[in-house]
Design a binder for this molecule. Sequence first.
Ligand SMILES: [Cu+2]
Length: 413
Amino acid sequence: MLMRRSIFQLSNREKNKFLAYLNLAKHTPSQDYVIASGTYAQMNNGSTPMFRNINVYDLFVWMHYYVSHDTLLGGSGIWRDIDFAHEAPGFLPWHRLFLLLWEHEIQKITGDENFTIPYWDWRDAEGCDVCTDELMGGRHPTNPQLLSPASFFSSWQVICSLSEEYNSRQALCNATNEGPILRNPGNHDKARTPRLPSSAEVEFCLTLTQYESGSMDKLANFSFRNTLEGFANPQTGIANMSQSSLHNALHIYMNGSMSQVQGSANDPIFILHHAFVDSIFEQWLRRHRPLREVYPAANAPIGHNREYYMVPFIPLYRNGEFFTPSRELGYDYEYLADPVDSFQDFLMPYLEQARQIWQWLVGAAVVGGIITALITGLIVLGCRKKRRGSTAETQPLLMESEDDHNMSYQSNL
Ligand SMILES: [Cu+2]
């Protein structure tokens, strides 16, 4: 069982390793994937392929862009009200899979099979406490919108951040560099998001019994998904378009690359943030123990029904497959883990090994026992013979030497 841990619980060594892995991903070309740089029509229905290589980090930025970008209908037609990963029931399963795949790619390029994404528990935070040069980058000393030059994230380039430009050109994002990461935490629109989410808001959200409700979009009332995503009031569960709460609040608060859906994964805070959102989803699953059937099978916004495949992942996965407790998917969160379960997890590999080799262990014990018995028998026999032949000679000599030793010890004292 892989354990996701709080970024504040990592040792300095673990923190630096995490940052080094992120940087490696940003500089390692993906061996398995390319991105489409043109639509199917622009590729002449596939006869003129348009694909580009991409690094592992940006592959995920691009996938997050692709799943949420406006559909180019040709001519000047744009379909904006479409998103296969947000504002509908697929939001939580989609981001759950996204993080799992991201974690897996990092494990592959580093060879570190135990790597897990850390989370940022932002409940009741006063500000962006991961925005330091030891973690995700502090603020630039003279330009508040930029990252501090002491953080290597300040040299990262973003992609897929210019949605209106792509729309006007009827073009897909082709992963061209578009400048540095922007982040200006706390200088956001306070009327929309007065402060970071509180523990009480998270707790209220967890009490909502319905996973999804009504129109199953951002207007849904008393929907756990819509409240956690941040389109509903986290004190009442009623949809409220004028506010951005819980998950959305963090995106707004960062006031930069994180604040536009399509380019938000450019900022690596995205990963820490979504890991924590996923842990809240996990708490809800454990508390309410829903059957898979609780996830809507029909009438959800396009792409979000339970058996629909999630865009743009290859191989294919269905929304409903990730509406399941994290332990079934091989991971847990440190702050949610049952200590008994964790101890079992710790023992499991040893017990499993013992189970596989128990015949050998028993065999070795029996053979060892027989050999020990034989040797003991031989020694006893040997000693008896020797004692019979030599007792008389050795006895006086032994006593003499013992006396000498005792004398010298006494004189020293
Ligand atoms: Cu997203």
